[in-house]
Design a protein around this ligand. Structure first.
Ligand code: BDR
Ligand code: CA
Length: 312
């Protein structure tokens, strides 16, 4: 049986690879893609989402635009990581696929309500603004969702945009706090898992060797990501974040973690957006999320390469 997925995303090279791998995965039925402001402003994020579905030959997948800015705070973007377009690297043409009318938050609500209870999962790859808005506008969808699998946060690995915060949570901590308090079944792929997934040169070459335009585009995206991240981390490859969500949806057994309580810091200027995970169970706060601590990087890249190989 296929699993029905709504992607909420701010593409982003790693968002793009997550979506492409999902489009190559027969286990997943992508119901639509909703863009959110994050890595780049909303108009670039939704344009990039349309470029991605076109690259995969899947213009039939509806792309909606969601929230233009976080709940309370000015938008923080990450062009220094992703380039001015958000999708620098490959040479993808401007999309001809139209943006769907209607707000992305309403698409989430209507789609979850239109399907059987517990049959739709949100795969969240950016700031949680749209997801939180949907849950606030239509609290009934909390019960109906199968779950939310999200890339965001960090605990042992601390932060990537501040010393204590991961980008997606940092951009809209109030939205994130609201999602973590929603009662929806949450799976969290934090930096603790994604920092183990180094895009080494042989792994990048495996995509290029597919000889397809999708393979070439993924290789170009990963090569672009090396420019900033290799200097920052000094590793043998850049970490690869959002595709961990797709890999988890398809093959959860390549990851390990545990159920914990996670709360989001919204008050402190110093630790804004920190995901405080009670990993050792030292409080009696309710366990509200499955925290993924690590994964098998070889199995992860083999899976991604195999799934991208199924695309044009
Ligand atoms: C997250 O932030 C973004 O820059 C990436 O697309 C990913 O979702 C990693 O912290
Ligand atoms: Ca992202």
């Amino acid at each position: 049986m296929t699993r029905k997925i709504i992607f909420d995303t701010d593409p982003g090279q790693d968002d793009a690879i997550a979506i492409l791998a999902a489009l190559g995965s027969p286990e997943l039925d992508i119901l639509g893609i909703v863009a959110v402001a994050g890595n780049v402003p909303l108009h670039l994020a939704e344009t990039n989402a349309r470029r991605i579905v076109e690259l995969a030959g899947r213009s039939d997948i509806p792309v909606h635009a969601g929230a233009e800015r976080p709940f309370l705070r000015p938008l923080v973007t990450a062009e220094h990581v992703h380039g001015e377009t958000g999708l620098d690297g490959p040479d993808l043409p401007p999309p001809s696929t139209p943006l769907q009318g209607g707000h992305g938050v309403d698409f989430i609500i209507d789609t979850v309500r239109a399907h059987e209870p517990k049959s739709v999962t949100i795969a969240a790859l950016g700031p949680l603004t749209n997801v939180a808005l949907a849950l606030l506008k239509a609290p009934d969808i909390a019960e109906r969702l199968q779950g939310i699998v999200l890339m965001g946060g960090a605990y042992f690995e601390v932060g990537n945009v501040t010393p204590t915060a991961e980008f997606n949570i940092y951009v809209d901590p109030e939205a994130a706090a609201s999602v973590f308090a929603s009662g929806v079944d949450l799976t969290v792929l934090p930096l603790d898992a994604t920092h183990g997934m180094h895009s080494t040169l042989p792994r990048i070459e495996a995509f290029r060797a597919l000889g397809t335009k999708s393979g070439a585009a993924v290789a170009a995206m990963l090569s672009f990501s090396q420019t900033y991240d290799l200097q920052k981390f000094g590793w043998d490859g850049a970490p690869l974040h959002d595709p961990c969500v797709t890999a988890y949806l398809v093959r959860p057994e390549i990851f390990e973690g545990r159920r914990v309580n996670i709360e989001v810091e919204t008050g402190s200027a110093l630790t804004r957006g920190m995901t405080v995970a009670d990993y050792w169970g030292v409080t009696d706060r309710p366990k509200n999320a499955f925290f993924v601590r690590s994964g098998d990087a070889d199995a992860f890249y083999a899976l991604l390469t195999e799934r991208v190989a199924r695309l044009p």
